[in-house]
Design a protein. Structure first.
Length: 309
């Protein structure tokens, strides 16, 4: 669907990181999850993103999660590693580790916690790209890092060969479409939407693929959705997107009175995967909490409605 011949496309789920009750990475569950996703037909894996709890894990646990994901993937699909850190030197350090562990590409956000200027964001991505010999994708997630990556900035970095793609979780679909349009002549650039409820619309607009957190729970659905889009069966694509949108109500299960956005999203995805028998448990990293019995039953009801239980 794209004249760019993107290096990365299709369904690339941001893989959750299964944890044992003590907080250590549950490697056996992660291996099963990787197999589940690949057997469903996904095109790649995004390890250590927001859904992978990268910001919550120690370096040792991040290393283990990536090591297990790369080993389990065994070259069947590319593994893209999130290098989510506050400042440039820290991102470079994580990217160097990702390269040693066998990642096929790395993903970085704008710096955060530090107060930054757009010129410094530009300098940040250029420094990371210069330091690591792997493709670098920019991750636009202002809800978490409090900086929006402007379309013009992304396109400038792309034109100079600094970034090989964009993973857009900004919710700014107009801005994402500007990136899609502006990168039409850039061979290899990948425009990936993280807005999992409007993947059909973004594919119609020219996106190269999707990075849906809900794709952990129902990868088969997202693979069907993108296949329908690729074949321009738009009515079928819309019907599949509508089903996935209803399924996404699992993120409403955890009470907003006691759970923030990360808990409600990651907690719901892990709960659903545990209910489906893909992973052993739904433990999440502190200070998040697991879903209660009542909340788990609400997730199960959504899974049943979607035909997944």
């Amino acid at each position: 669907m794209s004249p760019r011949n993107p290096r990365f496309g299709g369904v690339i789920p941001p893989v959750v990181t299964p944890l044992a009750p003590d907080g250590e990475v549950d490697g056996a569950s992660l291996e099963r999850l990787v197999d589940f996703l690949i057997e469903a037909g996904v095109s790649g894996l995004f390890a250590l993103g927001s859904s992978g709890e990268a910001a919550f894990l120690t370096d040792a646990r991040r290393d283990k999660a990536l090591e297990v994901a790369v080993r389990a993937a065994a070259g069947r699909v590319p593994v893209i590693a999130g290098c989510i850190e506050t400042t440039t030197s820290r991102v470079i350090e994580r990217a160097e580790v990702a390269a040693k562990l066998g990642a096929d590409a790395v993903v970085a956000t704008a710096p955060f916690y530090a107060r930054i200027h757009p010129v410094e964001v530009d300098r940040h991505f250029r420094a990371v790209a210069a330091a690591v010999d792997l493709p670098l994708l920019a991750y636009d997630v202002p809800v978490s890092v409090h900086t929006k990556l402007a379309a013009d900035l992304v396109l400038s970095l792309a034109a100079d060969g600094v970034v090989a793609g964009l993973k857009d979780s900004s919710g700014d679909d107009a801005g994402f479409r500007q990136v899609v349009l502006g990168s039409a002549g850039l061979a290899g650039f990948s425009a990936l939407t993280g807005h999992e409820l409007v993947v059909d619309a973004m594919m119609l607009a020219g996106a190269d693929g999707a990075v849906p957190g809900l794709g952990n729970v129902d990868p088969h659905g997202y693979v069907r959705l993108l296949q329908a889009c690729a074949e321009q069966r738009w009515a079928e694509a819309r019907a599949e997107q509508d089903r996935l949108t209803r399924l996404f109500r699992i993120v409403e299960a955890a009470s907003p009175a006691t759970a923030g956005g990360s808990t409600r999203g990651v907690g719901a995805f892990k709960t659903a995967l545990a209910l489906r028998g893909v992973i052993d448990g739904a433990a999440v990293a502190a200070p998040m909490r697991e879903l209660t019995g009542e909340e788990t039953r609400a997730v199960a009801a959504c899974l049943e409605e979607a035909g997944l239980l």
